[in-house]
Design a protein around this ligand. Sequence first.
Ligand code: HPA
Length: 269
Amino acid sequence: MLEKIQQTTSFLKNKIKQTPDFAIILGSGLGNLAETITDSISIPYKEIPNFPISTVEGHAGELIFGNLSGKYVLAMKGRFHFYEGYSMQQVTFPIRVMSMLGIKNLIVSNAAGGINPQFRTGSIMMITDHINLFPEHPLRGKNMDFFGPRFPDMSCAYDPEFRKIALQIAKENQITLHQGVYVGNQGPTFETPAEYRYFHTIGGDAVGMSTVPEVIVANHCGMRVFALSVITNEGLSDQINSHEEVQENANLTQPNMTTIIKGVIKRGN
Ligand code: HPA
């Protein structure tokens, strides 16, 4: 595995002149951010050695290197979901590569179902913590000592400094920014009404099918993490959920998501 990571890293290093300051995983609701990256180079996943290929509708597969908010960034347009059938090692492979490239900061976005009754569809939740309900752990197996310890601390998985900056930016731009706990559930089914209620009972504010594996591995690598969820549906409302609705609502929230992310990149170090 380490060899594969090294191979992919040196392939990418040959294409860029400097180490990116930030990596960004563009989930639902952030795809357009890629178009605002300037002086960019794009590399389709299929051209990158050892990279898995994204399959789900609405998630293109390419890495984009370029400038954003005065920093040099690497954006992942399209991510790998566990429900697509990838192993946890595949899902988190890009994070290992980011770390080996020397990237210290990771921004993640996703679509999530709101389970805090205060959260309306179209609003944004900044993730302050998570509950990992995936059936498999990305760090299971022999520890990769090169990246981090066997038993990584997770007491502060989402960087407090980035969160502070995001709250300031939201205030300055009159954007409602909720804060809460993200429950990572494997999918691909949306939850039953009883499951949404259960996840709320155990302390969740939103539920989604991604992010947690990547954030665990980023923490293992010692990266600072900032993560936002677009609330695309209200889990406690007994509504019918659909992927189309999730994508539509994620897209509507895109401008506010972009404002916050750009601000964090600009002011965060
Ligand atoms: N559940 C899980 N994942 C999701 C949801 C949801 O309600 N909405 C968007 N992603």
